[in-house]
Ligand binder design. Structure first.
Ligand code: 5RP
Length: 223
């Protein structure tokens, strides 16, 4: 069921894309459905250029024949389509479940419009535990992990991949912080980014222009 919802919302997001556009391509399983559908649209009469937010997305773009462009200083990204892990009623989100939060935030910050697509299980009323991913540099990571945990008053676990730490596309580590109360997300984001060793957080506020949600195979606009 969840897979079908992801597919439906991904297909609905295609209406956001017009021929000739530069499209920020988010990361994750919902985006995989979006890219597959976008790839099917591409023809001599319908061209788009993608800006990938992760190495995985880069590979998928190549699989679906979506041409990519680099995020240069003068590139205009018309719209970015991305997924989310936790969506609050005001449109704030927590992202980074797939570990691509830094590139996702950079692309979103430089996009004219940001559209997030997800299924109803990601709405905050359905999420039991808030897990905030924070990307940190590997050097001295245990100290940074402790500092972040103390700042948040929360458990902060190093994300693992098998026996080894998970390594982000930027060569960094990720700590997953188990929050009881997020408080004001903007403030938490600013406080964490002041800590030496922290690269970026998965808190995305004031970025979503539109959020589409699929629930029981029906897609509706949440924001
Ligand atoms: C990756 C992300 C993804 O957008 C998020 O995890 C949603 O993934 P999915 O579509 O698989 O539920 O933030 O860093």
């Amino acid at each position: 069921m969840a897979e079908m919802d992801k597919k439906k919302v991904a297909e609905a997001a295609l209406t956001q894309v017009e021929s000739g556009m530069v499209v920020g391509l988010g990361s994750g399983s919902t985006l995989a459905f979006f890219m597959e559908a976008l790839g099917e649209l591409i023809s001599d009469d319908f061209t788009v250029y993608g800006v990938p937010t992760s190495v995985k997305t880069e590979k998928l773009a190549s699989k679906y024949n979506i041409p990519l462009v680099e995020l240069t200083d003068d590139l205009v990204i018309d719209v970015t389509i991305d997924g989310a892990d936790h969506i609050y009623e005001d449109g704030s989100m927590i992202k980074g479940g797939g570990g691509s939060l830094v590139r996702e935030k950079i692309v979103a910050m430089h996009s004219q419009r940001n559209v997030y697509i997800s299924d109803a299980s990601k709405l905050s009323k359905h999420v039991a535990q808030v897990i905030l991913p924070v990307e940190i540099v590997p050097f001295g990571y245990k100290r940074t992990q402790l500092t972040v945990a103390n700042q948040l008053g929360a458990k902060a676990e190093l994300r693992m991949q098998g026996e080894d730490p998970f390594i982000s596309d930027n060569g960094n580590y990720i700590i997953d912080c188990y929050l009881n109360d997020t408080g004001l997300l903007n403030r938490v984001d600013r406080q964490l980014k002041l800590l030496t060793g922290v690269v970026e957080t998965g808190i995305f506020t004031d970025l979503a222009d539109e959020i589409l949600i699929a629930d029981n195979e029906e897609v509706y606009r949440y924001l």
